[in-house]
Write a protein that binds this ligand. Structure first.
Ligand code: FMN
Length: 187
């Protein structure tokens, strides 16, 4: 059982990348999580796509999603919504549209996120809902993880130091893995 996680932040000191890193070590037995990033993905430009096709960084990520059993989006929140850089990456990953079914269709997807503010990316997570629905994913709603006050949850090295959040993250991941395992195609 392989899950691919993507952090939606490019920042070296990103809380969301730190959350994804922590998740890698908290997967339940028999399941692995690979941490990926959106680095190297250009701004979507239809002319670029027409002239050069899918950029290598996008194709590589597409291939990894296809090879995985589930996808975990670790989203920051900007202006009460999805950060443009993360949406841009998913927009590229949805090209060409003929590949949407292969990349996203019926794919188990979870969304978590971290923010230094008090609401822990709740609005960004909600913002993903129409996107994930449009792409035909099988989104998991059985658990939620909104890490607020992220500055108190990770240390300067980006390690998760809050035991309560660690327990919540472990529980979220176990639930997501169960959801992937128990899925009934088409059901
Ligand atoms: C343009 C911009 C808008 C932001 N808007 C929000 C917001 O609406 N809600 C929130 O909780 N944090 C907001 N923040 C703060 C981010 O949560 C914070 O920068 C966070 O560290 C970003 O995630 P990262 O650490 O993974 O890079 C905003 C940050 C930026 C740069």
């Amino acid at each position: 059982m392989r899950v691919l996680g993507i952090s939606g932040s490019l920042r070296k000191g990103s809380y969301n990348t730190a959350l994804l890193r922590a998740a890698v070590g908290l997967m339940s037995d028999g399941a692995t999580l690979e941490a990926e990033s959106i680095k190297g993905i250009p701004l979507y430009d239809g002319d670029l796509e027409a002239a050069q096709g899918i950029p290598p960084a996008v194709q590589a990520l597409k291939d990894k999603i296809v090879a995985a059993d589930g996808l975990l989006l670790v989203t920051p929140e900007y202006n009460n919504g999805i950060p443009g850089v993360f949406k841009n990456a998913i927009d590229w990953l949805s090209r060409p549209s003929a590949d949407i079914a292969k990349v996203f269709g019926d794919r188990p997807v979870g969304v978590i996120g971290a923010s230094p503010g008090g609401f822990g990316t709740i609005l960004a997570q909600n913002g993903w809902l129409p996107v994930l629905r449009t792409l035909g994913t099988r989104s998991w709603f059985g658990g939620r993880l909104q890490v607020s006050r992220a500055g108190n949850v990770f240390n300067a090295a980006g390690e998760l130091t809050d035991e309560a959040i660690r327990a919540q993250l472990r529980k979220y991941l176990a639930g997501f893995v169960d959801f992937i395992r128990n899925r009934t195609p088409g059901g």
